[in-house]
Ligand binder design. Structure first.
Ligand code: ADP
Ligand code: MG
Length: 260
C-alpha cells in the first residue's frame, strides 16, 4: 500500500511544487513506483511534468465523481501524474456537502495498492483542497524558506494539521520542515534556522537534516519541463534532493524496498 505524503505550506513560493517534482523523481530514480497528484488549480506541477490538462481528465473530474481515478493518471516521460487546471478552484463553492474533506481519500482507495509512494502538491492557503490532501495522507512535508515571516506561518499551519487530526485524519503525522533556498553562508539564513529549530522543537516537529540550496538550475529545469536529475545531475540542489529523498524514506520498512 502506498505511503501518501502531502507537500504543503500556506505560503506561496516556498518550494512546494519544486519539492514535489524533485522528491518524486529522486524516489522514482531509486526504483520506487511513484504517483504525483496536483491539487493546485494553478497547475504548476502539471506544467513541470508536461501533463495535458486540456484533453485529459484531471483531479477535478475525479473529485466530482465524473471520471474514475484510474483514467485520470497520465504517464509522462517524467512521472505518473494526475493533473489539475483552474477548474479545480471551483470545488470550494461547488462542494458544500458534509464529508467534502474526504473526496480525495475516497478517490485514492482504488489505486493506492499500485504505488509505493503518492505525493500530493497543494495550493497556497489552507482551504478545502489542502484539507482533502491532508485527510488522504499519512504524512505532511512542509517546505519553508529561511525568513522570519515563514517561521511565523508555521504555527498557523500546525494548528490546521491539528484540526485535520481532530476531525478527519487522527493518524496524520508531520514528517518535518524542509528548509529550501537555504544558504548557510548567509547570516540571516543561519539565524532563522536556529530560531526554526527552537519553534519546531516546541511544537514537536522535526527539522529535516537536509536543506535545499538555492540554484538557478531549479528554475531552469522547471521552465524546460524537466526534473533536476535529468536537467543537471551533478548540480548541488540535485544532490540535496537526492539526500532528502533518502531522509524521507529512512525507517519506512512497511513500504516496499526499491528494486536497486
Ligand atoms: N532551491 C531553489 N533554488 C532556486 N529557485 C528555487 C528553489 N526552490 C524553488 N525555487 C523557485 O522559486 C519559485 C517558487 O517555487 P515553487 O516550487 O513554485 O513554490 P510553491 O509551489 O510553494 O509556490 C519558482 O520559481 C522556483 O523555480
Ligand atoms: Mg506550487
Amino acid at each position: 500500500m502506498a505511503r501518501i505524503l502531502t507537500i504543503t505550506n500556506q505560503k506561496g513560493g516556498v518550494g512546494k511544487t519544486t519539492t514535489t517534482v524533485n522528491l518524486a523523481c529522486a524516489l522514482k530514480n531509486r526504483g520506487y513506483n511513484v504517483l504525483v497528484i496536483d491539487m493546485d488549480p494553478q497547475g504548476n506541477m502539471s506544467f513541470c511534468a508536461n501533463a495535458n490538462t486540456v484533453l485529459n481528465a484531471t483531479i477535478y473530474e475525479v473529485l466530482k465523481g465524473e471520471v474514475k481515478i484510474q483514467y485520470a493518471i497520465q504517464r509522462t516521460s517524467m512521472i505518473d501524474i494526475i493533473g489539475s487546471n483552474i477548474l479545480l478552484s471551483g470545488i470550494e463553492l461547488e462542494y458544500t456537502k458534509v464529508g467534502r474533506e474526504f473526496l480525495l481519500k475516497d478517490a485514492l482507495a482504488s489505486i493506492k495498492n499500485y504505488y509505493d509512494i503518492i505525493l500530493i502538491d497543494t495550493p497556497p492557503g489552507l482551504g478545502i483542497l489542502t484539507i482533502n490532501a491532508m485527510t488522504a495522507s499519512q504524512g505532511v512535508i512542509i517546505p519553508m524558506v529561511a525568513d522570519i515571516f515563514s517561521l511565523q506561518g508555521i504555527t498557523q499551519l500546525y494548528e490546521s494539521v491539528e484540526q485535520v487530526k481532530k476531525y478527519s485524519n487522527p493518524n496524520l503525522v508531520v514528517e518535518g520542515v524542509l528548509l529550501n533556498k537555504y544558504n548557510g553562508h548567509i547570516h540571516l539564513n543561519r539565524e532563522v534556522k536556529g530560531a526554526a529549530e527552537l519553534v519546531l522543537k516546541d511544537l514537536g516537529i522535526k527539522l529535516f537534516n537536509t536543506t535545499i540550496r538555492s540554484s538557478i538550475a531549479v528554475a531552469e529545469a522547471q521552465s524546460s519541463q524537466q526534473d533536476l536529475f535529468t536537467y543537471s545531475r551533478k548540480n548541488g540542489a540535485t544532490l540535496d534532493f537526492e539526500r532528502f529523498s533518502k531522509e524521507v524514506m529512512k525507517g519506512e520498512s512497511h513500504v516496499k524496498q526499491p528494486k536497486y
